[in-house]
Structure formats: C-alpha cells, structure tokens
Design a protein around this ligand. Structure first.
Ligand code: F6R
Length: 610
C-alpha cells in the first residue's frame, strides 16, 4: 500500500512530485507529504487526508529544489496524522525516506535504536529506516541504504535522500513494486509507472535486493555486495490519456464503459483462426496439463469472485476438480497439494500480500503456480511458474470493474484450453464456445450504448435510500450476486448480503421484511426454474425484487418490481454481462448518495499488507 515518487533532475521538482502523487492516489490517501532538498537542508511538508489537503498548502514549499521524494499513505502502523505521514527523517535531519509496505521487525529495531539514543517522532514502522540509514552512513548513501535493507524483515519499497548528497536518491525493494523512469537529464523512482508517465515511457523494473542509485545524468544498479547489475530498459505503451477520466465523471464509470475493450484485448490473439484457444506463457506443457488432477484457485475480493466463475468452467469444460479459497485463509492452512495440482492465483494488481503468500505456500507444497494478473512486472509474475495476463489496461477506480470481467474471461479461456488439451472437449466444441466468446465484446458495447444503463440509473436513484440490500444467485449467478453485493458495500456503504438463493430459507430470509430490496441474478441456465421458486419465496415475504434477466424474459418481468435485461448467451458467459447492471446499479446508488466512488473510505487499490 502507499504510493511513492522521487525525482532528481534540473527542473524544480515540487509540482512534478505532486502531479506524480495524484497518479498514485489510488494506492492510499489518508495522509501525504513531500520532502525537497534545498540549500543543504530538507524542506518538509505533511498533511492529513487526501491530496487536496496537501495541494492547499503546497505553496509553503519553495519551488527551488531539483531533488525530492513524496508519498501518499495508507495507514498500517500508526493512525493517519501529520507525525505519521511520510517522508520521515532521522535524528540529525540529514536523511529523509518514504516507504511502502511493512517493516515486520520494526519493534525490535526501534528498541535497539532507542537504546542507542535515537529519538522517534512517529508511531510508524517506516521511521526506523531513516534512523538505520543515519546509523549506517559513512559518506555513502548507497551503502547506508543497502546496510539498512539487510537489517529489515518484511516486504517494502523505500527511497532515501541525504542533504549531504544533493544529486542522488537511492531506492530498494523487497516483494513490493519499484520502477525507475528514465528521462533526459532527469530520472524518477516510483511505486508505479503512472506516477511519471507524463514525463517518460522508458522504464526499468528493478529486482528484490537491487540498490538503485539514481542521479540526474543516469541510473546505476548494484547488488547488495556492491557489484554492478544490468537491468533491461523497457518501454511502456500506455498513454497518459488512459490514466485520465476521458470525459467521464469518475474513473469507475469510465472503466465500466471500457469493459468491451478490456474483453476484446484479453481475447486478442488468444483464439486461433480455427477457433482454438492459444495461451502462451502458462508454464504448462501438454504432458503437464494431462497430468493435472486438481486446481486450487486463490484470490481476494473481486478476484475471488472471478475465481468462483472459473471453478465452474474448469469443472464443466476440463473435468478438473476446482476449489476456490480466499488467499488470506488458504495461506494459513496446511494444504495437501502436489505436482498434479495447479494453483491459479488471481490478482489484478499482482501485488496482494495474501495472494502472494498463498502462491508461495502452494509452491512449497509442490503445486505448480499460475498467476492471472493485469500488471506486467508485478510480484505475482515474478514468482509464478506461468502467467496469464488479463489485458484490461490500467484500472484506477478502487472498486474493480473491468479487471473483474477480464479475469472471468481469462479463466474461461483457461478452462477451454485445459479442456481441449485433456481431451474432454473436441475441437468443434471449443470452436463453438470461442465463437460465442468473440461476440461478447460487441454485445456488451451495444448494451452500454443502448437504453438499459439509463433504466438502471433511474431505478438505482429510486432505491438509493434503502438501508439494506440482499443479492441472490445460483451456479455462476452466485459469484455475480457476490460481486454485485461487494460493489454496493464498498462504494455506497449500504449493508448488503449475498447468498446462494437456495440457502435463503436456512436463515437469511429472516432478514426480509415488507419492501426489502432483493437483487436476483436470474439469467438463463439449468436451475432457472429453481431460482424462480426462490424468487417466489422472497415475494411471499413482501420483498421487492430487482431481477437481472436474459432479454426477452417477459414472465419474470410480471413477477419482479424491476427488471434489467442483458443479452442472452451461453450460461457460462452470462457473468460477463450480468454483472454490468449490478456495477451500474451500485454506481448510481452511491453517486445518488453523494459518495466519492473512486476513493471509497478505508480501501486502497493495491493491498500489499496482510
Ligand atoms: C473490490 C476490489 C478488491 C480486490 C482485492 C484483490 O472492488 O477491487 O476486493 O479485488 O483487494 O486485489 P487484487 O486483485 O489486486 O489481488
């Protein structure tokens, strides 16, 4: 969690750093700060709350310095306050640092440093880094940063500057992201590429333990023992426009409308002219695939819901037993796995701490690990045996939308691929499915441009004062209901239960009273009739039914209070369409209530802490 950016160059850096922070605000926004080196000292500025508060006082920094670091925080150790906001400095005021992640042994380090006479001004784990550097400094920031690194346990990225070396910043990472941006006569360090995308597209992704020494005229990378290390320079092709709202009122709404493109990009080059599924980089040969006996899917939040859809597809198309487990639970189990088990870790960021830990556990227990992620160069891609990229593009809204659809699609493609390789599906069957999949982006695009979204908006505004929602579904409709409920919870803050419709009568139906709004995912499928019986049970309790149904389903329109139609498709593809009215419903309920949907309270886009 947290976003960091550092600049060294020839231009005054205050505003460059602030603009970089704006692009990283999705990583956390409970406090922020900037430190700039001018005239042999640090100018420091801290604020509590989101970046508007820092912007309001930015003029307090004189804009002369050309070396600086900045941070936007998501609190882990220590409440959001100016004292706990980064950058942190040492006792002498000669070193400043920003950190993302957690220093797990900070209590023992703090005790040791206090014993030696260091004084602390914050409650954070991060502050120990400044003091460790102070303690280790003997004329070389590079060496002091490397020495501090070796004393720390945990997963973190940090960037340090020293007043005595006003032309250099040094960054290091362990299991959390750090990228270098290479400019002309200026260079950047950051948690993520968007921070400096307006300035340069040439980037380096350092490895864990690399000591990255950044000066205005060049970047050198060293191993911990001081040996020089070469890392490739890559070009990123995102344009800056992609990181802006492109005319939509929020990133979330923009990203909902980008879903057809996200699906088309995720499909691109993955369907052969003959209609087969082509997936490169899985790290699984035909023999490995035939030898698989089981799939375990690990993920968190929205990615977990994509995994649930994937498990249905893997069972149906590849005849592989597929379990799905939330990564934060799986990581503390003692799972029975082996080389015939494939662990699929789904994470849009590729940086979620629990998912990474689950991957490591699965690998240790002997399973092969496949990462399904949206971020090239993310930690998950470095640790997995194979990677299946979703190609949703950058997602900035904290509530996942287009990455969910891309994850579901990636899992469907994986299931089809494994099904064909294992001889469960014939080439013709796969072709029929891929033809269907190819049509989905256009169907979704027509849907989003049609009249339905406005109907959803109108209904959402009417229901926006509800105190409670229930979401129901069965088979692949259940993950859709769970995901719709998560959207409502995280952006509208309205308590929402999601349940397997058949399970209602075992308890949750007691929650319903006259007028309770119940969202039902009722697209066509083999248990549609059973679901309708559940709908009747709900209606009998006086609840109001808001149904998502396949277009043309007039019988359900008679029964339901509201009906949102989506195009009719093969059951397994339905989640790609049925979730969209629920995303829009949650969106418009939240905006009608005046909530800031791109930055829901207490949440962050990338969860790099346990
Ligand atoms: C909800 C949401 C989260 C993430 C979860 C996992 O809208 O975005 O529930 O899905 O934090 O994140 P990733 O996929 O990055 O591992």
């Amino acid at each position: 969690m947290c976003g960091i950016i550092g600049y060294v160059g020839q231009r005054p850096c205050r505003d460059i750093l602030f603009r970089g922070l704006r692009k990283l605000e999705y990583r956390g926004y409970d406090s922020a700060g900037i430190s700039i080196v001018t005239d042999g000292r640090f100018q420091l500025l801290h604020s509590v709350g989101n970046l508007d508060n820092l912007e309001a006082i930015l003029e307090q920094l004189d804009d002369g310095g050309t070396l600086g670091i900045a941070h936007t925080r998501w609190a882990t150790h220590g409440r959001p306050s100016t004292e706990n906001a980064h950058p942190h400095t040492d006792c002498t005021g000669r070193f400043a640092i920003v950190l993302n992640g957690i220093v797990e042994n900070y209590l023992s380090l703090r005790a040791m440093l206090k014993g030696e006479g260091h004084t602390f001004t914050s409650e954070t784990d991060a502050e120990v880094v400044a003091h460790l550097i102070e303690r280790a400094y003997r004329g070389s920031l590079q060496k002091a940063v490397a020495e501090a690194y070796q004393q720390m346990e945990g997963h973190f990225t940090y960037c340090a500057v020293a007043v005595d070396e006003p032309d250099v910043m040094v960054g290091m990472r362990r299991e959390t992201p750090l990228v270098v941006g290479l400019g002309q006569g200026e260079n950047f360090l950051a948690s993520a590429v968007p921070a400096f995308l307006a300035e340069t597209r040439a980037v380096i992704f350092p490895e864990d333990g690399d000591v990255v020494v950044v000066r205005r005229d060049g970047v050198q990378i060293f191993a911990l023992d001081g040996a020089s290390v070469e890392r490739a320079v890559q070009r990123v092709d995102w344009d800056e426009e992609a990181a802006e709202k492109a005319g939509y009122e929020t990133f979330m709404l923009k990203e909902i409308h980008e879903q057809p493109a996200a699906l088309a990009d995720t499909l691109a080059e993955r369907i052969s002219p003959e209609g087969g599924v082509v997936l490169e980089g899985l790290g699984l040969g035909p023999e490995d695939i035939r030898g698989l006996r089981r799939v375990v899917i690990v993920a968190c939040g929205t990615s977990y819901h994509a995994g649930l859809v994937g498990s249905h597809a893997l069972e149906r198309w590849a005849r592989l037993p597929a379990e799905v487990e939330v990564a934060s639970e799986f990581r503390y189990r003692d799972p029975v796995l082996g080389p015939d088990c494939l662990c699929v870790a789904i994470s849009q960021s590729g940086e979620t701490a629990d998912t990474l830990a689950a991957m490591r556990l699965a690998r240790k227990a002997g399973a092969r690990v496949l990462a399904v992620t949206n971020i090239v160069g993310s930690q998950a891609t470095r640790e997995a045996d194979g990677v299946l990229f979703t190609r949703a593009g950058l997602e900035i809204g904290v509530a996942a939308t287009k990455t969910f659809l891309s994850q579901v699609l990636a899992m469907l493609l994986l299931a089809l691929h494994l099904g064909e390789e294992r001889g469960v599906l014939s080439g013709e069957e796969v072709q029929t499915y891929t033809e269907g999949l190819r049509r989905i982006p256009a169907l979704l695009s027509d849907y989003l441009e049609g009249a339905e979204p406005a109907r959803v908006e109108e209904a959402a505004r009417r229901y926006s004062t509800s105190r409670f929602f229930m979401c129901l579904g069965r088979r692949v409709g259940l993950p859709v209901a769970l995901e719709g409920a998560l959207k409502l919870k995280e952006i509208s803050y309205i308590p929402t239960e999601a349940y397997a419709a058949g399970e209602m009568k075992h308890g949750p139906i007691a929650l319903l009273e006259k007028g309770s709004p119940v969202l039902v995912v009722a697209t066509d499928g083999p248990v549609y009739d059973k679901l309708i019986s559940n709908v009747q049970e709900v209606i009998a309790r006086g609840a109001r039914v808001i149904a998502v149904a396949s277009e043309g389903n007039e019988a359900l329109a008679e029964m339901a209070d509201e009906i949102f139609y989506v195009p009719r498709t093969e059951e397994m593809f339905a989640p790609l369409l049925a979730i969209v009215p629920l995303q829009l419903f949650a969106y418009y309920v939240a905006t009608a209530r005046g909530e800031k949907v791109d930055q829901p309270r207490n949440l962050a886009k990338t969860v790099t802490v346990e």
